[in-house]
Design a protein around this ligand. Structure first.
Ligand code: HEM
Length: 195
């Protein structure tokens, strides 16, 4: 049975979800109007792919950068509980949000290359593919397993244990290097060097 507190929270949550849905739909609808009324893209499909690609990149890389900033702040404050919380949140968004968005960014990048018949050997496209491969493998082979290990350590020896804190510092450091790779891919996409 709902406690009074939960009974009050439900309508609040519904109102919050409704606002999120309305804002989301309005953004998508207006962006699609832009897609069909742009004259700087070679085709409407290309414009659509690019909109999804760059929006995905903004959410993915911007989200990662926010976590990096919060991790640096937690590290400075030397608060084990804060560090553990950031690591847990990073593991959640990394797996549930950034990984699928990254796939979408890759898919839309490939769609643009095919749509415009671009050369797969072009330097900035190669940098994009290599950058994606690095970040994908880092997530699969390092960040994912390490995040699970940290969750296990927090449960078994606690967030404050030296072993847990060392593992958290290591994973946040690797995530920072990963973020650097993504920022370099963005620079390559924008500046298209060596072409
Ligand atoms: C690692 C992930 C990637 C990120 C963060 C990323 C980010 C970006 C950004 C920010 C732009 C906008 C550049 C601009 O308009 O000046 C862009 C454009 C583009 N990206 Fe990516 N990208 C990634 C991977 C890829 C991959 C793997 C491919 C190809 C398979 C690709 C193909 C393209 C294409 C074709 C454009 C449009 C270029 C243009 O119309 O000027 N991207 N990307």
């Amino acid at each position: 049975m709902d406690t009074p507190h939960h009974a009050e929270a439900a309508p609040d949550r519904r109102a919050s979800n409704a606002v999120t849905a309305v804002v989301g739909l309005a953004v998508v609808a207006l962006a699609l109007v832009f897609v069909f009324n742009t004259h700087v893209a070679p085709s409407h499909w290309y414009a659509f792919f690019k909109w999804v690609h760059v929006t995905g990149a903004v959410l993915w890389v911007g989200g990662g950068l926010t976590l990096t900033i919060l991790a640096l702040k937690a590290e400075r404050s030397s608060e084990p509980a804060e560090m553990a919380m950031i690591a847990r949140q990073a593991a959640f968004v990394g797996e549930r949000v950034f990984a699928p968005i990254g796939l979408l960014v890759l898919g839309m990048g490939i769609a643009m290359v095919v749509n415009l018949d671009l050369d797969w050997g072009t330097s900035w496209i190669v940098i994009g593919l290599v950058g994606y491969a690095i970040t994908f493998l880092t997530g699969l082979l390092v960040l994912g397993p390490q995040a699970k290990r940290i969750a296990h350590l927090i449960e078994s020896v606690g967030a404050e244990a030296a072993e847990t804190q060392a593992a958290i510092k290591r994973i946040l450091l690797i995530a920072r290097v990963d973020e650097g790779v993504l920022l370099l891919v963005i620079a390559a996409m924008i500046l298209k060097p060596f072409t």
